[in-house]
Design a binder for this molecule. Structure first.
Ligand SMILES: Nc1ncnc2c1ncn2[C@@H]1O[C@H](COP(=O)(O)OP(=O)(O)O)[C@@H](O)[C@H]1O
Ligand SMILES: Nc1ccn([C@@H]2O[C@H](COP(=O)(O)OP(=O)(O)O)[C@@H](O)[C@H]2O)c(=O)n1
Length: 232
């Protein structure tokens, strides 16, 4: 049911396929709130790193479970860029959460049931009034199963790794294509095979393979899907 003609838009898909770029662009164009659900899982992972809850690949699940109540995640619009930034316990962590250190640990943290329950509850609260574009892995399947528009984005792992590599290099990270490709493939595997709300296309989601699409072409395509969903 639309509330004052506002709907919920879920954009799920594989790592680094362009979900956030598409979601941000559409939200800005139609005046919706944009929520990067991945940033929330990244913020939990950063909290774990900062509080020594991860040793190698081993997560101190009992301690993390007790400390979930200490993890407060907010999104605040940067007045200069106009873009939302992720804040963890009162600190702007938008840059830190995008590091490879976080990217190498976020999938195991995100596979924990109590982490997913806490994040999903917060995500659903954010979308209560509709008028939201949320991107992630399980938005159309678990967080907003009744979303009026669901998109599932994919592209070849090699294309996605190249896109992420270019993004990280532009931010000054010194990293190899092989390292990025390995992280993309590992996270896709873990995300798809975890027992709790795994990454998979919702039956009623529209599939988009944007391997050969430009930023402009995918934005145009997404806006057309939004217009169709409004008048469904
Ligand atoms: N169609 C596209 N062609 C080329 N680069 C793209 C395309 N879509 C997104 N990108 C770039 O790929 C990188 C990852 O995009 P992002 O939206 O962060 O992916 P995701 O949110 O799926 O992880 C960004 O640098 C973005 O500008
Ligand atoms: N709704 C979501 C969003 C992200 N995640 C987890 O968080 C990780 C990082 O998500 P992200 O969207 O920031 O990652 P990228 O697609 O930007 O590489 C994913 O690899 C998942 O493990 C999740 O489990 N559920």
């Amino acid at each position: 049911m639309k509330q004052n003609n506002k709907i919920v838009i879920a954009i799920d898909g594989f790592s680094s396929c362009g979900k956030s770029t598409m979601a941000k662009g559409l939200a800005k164009r139609i005046g919706y709130i944009y929520i990067d659900s991945g940033a929330m899982y990244r913020a939990v992972t950063l909290y774990c790193i900062n509080h020594n809850l991860i040793d190698g690949n081993l997560i101190d699940e009992n301690s993390l479970k007790k400390q979930m109540q200490n993890i407060h995640i907010e999104f605040k619009i940067n007045t200069q860029s106009g873009r939302p930034e992720t804040w963890l316990n009162g600190k702007n962590v938008e840059q830190e959460i995008r590091s490879m250190q976080v990217s190498n640990l976020v999938s195991p943290v995100s596979a924990l049931k109590f982490v997913r329950t806490a994040m999903t509850t917060q995500q659903q609260a954010l979308g209560k009034a509709k008028g939201i574009v949320m991107d992630g892995r399980d938005i159309g399947t678990t967080v907003f199963p009744h979303a009026e528009l669901k998109i599932f984005v994919t592209a070849s792992a090699e294309t996605r790794a190249k896109r992420r590599l270019d993004e990280l290099k532009a931010k000054g990270e010194n990293i190899s294509y092989q390292e990025v490709l390995k992280n993309v493939q590992e996270r896709d595997y873990i995300d798809q095979n975890r027992s709790e709300s795994p990454l998979k296309k919702a039956d009623d989601a529209i599939l988009l393979d944007n391997s050969d699409m430009t930023l402009e072409e995918q934005d145009k395509w997404l806006y057309e899907q939004y217009q169709k969903a409004l008048f469904k």
